[in-house]
Design a protein around this ligand. Structure first.
Ligand code: P6P
Length: 299
């Protein structure tokens, strides 16, 4: 079973510089993305390649990040959840972006995020090709979580784009306390429903689900627990995208000492050829993921 520690490449010196530039560009773009949201709470003319309603804010964030990241010399490809095809930007590393994860939260003014995955292979890459991953969280403050070099760091980003590390070597707490499960309960498959009922009846666990994966995963990273957007009866692959959501979040949580799964294996072991392929996503503390995989193994 491929997980981050067994198969992921280490950075070369030039890769290290490129990755630093990528995350620097993303951090400095975050305040511009955030300040451009209020006027863009309207729906764009097109749906995204996954057939989901696209908001003007999605297009705005994607255009800004495509230009800035594409201008970095060491970046060869840019792909986005909002674009049907990979953009060739020269030679070097490949970058996959979900420019505004959870943009449907814009209207109710809830959290949203920007997800960035860096691979040293052409897109669609595999989880084993991942070099580093990060997400920006647009919450009460703007923060960025970066997983690279086998460690997870949190940065606070100021309004001028300057940022500083505030938490280093982040690991999931040993005693998990929160859970968040996506999808409609009647659409869950039986084994997940039974698993969810078991978690819900655990007096040490409380519900935290905000409708934007990055906000919910950041709760897991902070308090320990499990986030799931599970397989559903009418869509066994769930909702979330492998390249733009599953791989980066799986990489970040595994780097922080947690586990990720598609129900059977690490998310980083999932192999799908299609750029916008989906996967069930389960991330969190090891014992909760093992329990979940055991529940599905009984099917
Ligand atoms: P639902 C946001 O649209 C997203 O892709 C993830 O960020 C989030 O976890 C999920 O979909 C929310 O989906 O069905 O709860 O609206």
């Amino acid at each position: 079973m491929a997980t981050k520690d067994e198969t992921n490449p280490t950075e070369t010196e030039s890769d290290e510089s490129t990755i630093t530039q990528i995350f620097d560009v993303v951090a400095r773009a975050a305040p511009e993305i955030r300040s451009g949201l209020p006027g863009r709470r309207i729906y764009a003319e097109e749906d995204n390649p996954s057939g989901e309603t696209q908001m003007e804010a999605d297009v705005y964030a994607d255009d800004l990040l495509c230009e800035r990241i594409g201008d970095i010399d060491g970046v060869g490809e840019y792909a986005s959840e909002e674009r049907p095809a990979v953009i060739d930007t020269g030679s070097g590393l490949s970058v996959c972006v979900d420019p505004l994860d959870g943009s449907s939260n814009l209207k109710p003014n809830n959290t949203m995020g920007t997800i960035v995955a860096v691979y040293d292979a052409p897109i669609p890459a595999t989880g084993a090709d991942m070099l580093a991953a990060a997400y920006v969280l647009y919450g009460a403050t703007t923060t960025m979580i970066v997983a690279r070099d086998d460690t997870v760091t949190e940065y606070v980003i100021q309004e001028d784009g300057e940022y500083e590390a505030v938490r280093e070597d982040i690991t999931l707490p040993d005693d998990p306390t929160v859970y968040g499960f996506g999808g409609r309960v009647p659409d869950w498959v039986e084994s997940f429903t039974e698993y969810a009922r078991d978690i819900e009846s655990d007096a040490s666990m409380k519900l935290r689900y905000g409708g934007s994966m990055i906000g919910d995963v950041n709760q897991i990273l902070t308090y320990g627990g499990i986030f799931a957007y599970p397989t559903l009866q009418d869509s066994p692959e769930g909702k979330l995208r492998v390249q733009f959501e599953g791989y980066p979040v799986g990489y970040i949580i595994e780097t922080a000492g947690g586990r990720s799964s598609d129900g059977e294996q690490s998310l980083l072991a999932v192999e799908k050829d299609e750029l916008h392929a989906r996967t069930p996503v389960y991330v969190g503390n090891e014992e909760l993921i093992e329990k979940l995989e055991a529940a599905f193994a009984e099917d």
